[in-house]
Design a protein around this ligand. Structure first.
Ligand code: AMP
Length: 218
């Protein structure tokens, strides 16, 4: 089973590695952030609730997020593997995930923890641009779109996420440190953690990530 978790602060490059992983290994990409952004775009009740928290950089309550992820993981396409990106973000989320997977005879193969210096995270996040349609990630300096404001992949509109502004980014980094970072030791204790340097070029990082995935694939 190829059940993978991507862990790391906002801006570590989880989304970029995720795009490469799902293409190479053909497993579904489950990004809770993308699920919420899609719900906001559609104006669903979930979207309205999530937006209240996301706009200020706070976490959406555990019970809401856990319910969504369990439902997604119960689908057929997740039975042979999945990539979780941006989930779990708290210890209760991690505990619920473990209990749920256990109840369906599955387990996590690896947790890939991407480390990046805080100053670099700030620069990456505030310069980040995202496709409204396919969620592809760009950066005004490091990875600009070929045509200004237009996605290279699907031609969709490329925009700055409302939570990628300087103030909200600082909140999100603080939330990461207090609520999500404890997951590093949590997964280390379970022998599932693999830490990689998120400051090397993304293609080199992907080589390392691929080795971890292939070495832990059961
Ligand atoms: P992301 O795209 O992963 O950076 O997520 C954007 C925002 O969505 C976060 O700042 C949270 O408000 C919310 N969110 C995404 N995933 C989670 C999660 N696992 N738990 C709580 N909130 C989440």
């Amino acid at each position: 089973m190829m059940n993978i978790i991507l862990l790391g602060p906002p801006g570590a490059g989880k989304g970029t590695q995720a795009e490469l992983i799902i293409e190479k290994y053909n497993i579904p990409h489950i990004s809770t952030g993308d699920i919420f952004r899609a719900a906001i775009k559609e104006g669903t009740p979930l979207g309205l609730e999530a937006k209240r928290y996301m706009d200020s950089g706070q976490l959406v309550p555990d019970d809401v997020v856990i319910g969504i992820v369990k439902e997604r993981l119960s689908k057929d396409d997740c039975q042979k593997g999945f990539l979780l990106d941006g989930f779990p973000r708290t210890i209760p989320q991690a505990d619920s995930l473990a209990a749920y997977l256990n109840s369906s005879g599955r387990k996590i193969a690896s947790v890939i923890n991407i480390e990046v210096d805080s100053q670099i995270l700030l620069k990456r996040l505030t310069g980040r641009r995202v496709c409204r349609n396919c969620a592809a990630v760009f950066h005004i300096e490091n990875k600009p779109t070929k045509i200004d404001g237009v996605c290279d992949h699907c031609g969709g509109e490329v925009y700055q996420r409302g939570d990628d502004t300087v103030e909200t980014v600082n909140n999100r980094l603080q939330v990461y440190r207090t609520q999500t970072e404890p997951l590093i030791n949590y997964y280390k204790d379970k022998g599932l953690l693999f830490t990689v340097d998120g400051q090397i070029p993304m293609a080199d990082l992907f080589v390392q990530v691929s080795k971890i995935i292939e070495g832990t694939h059961q």
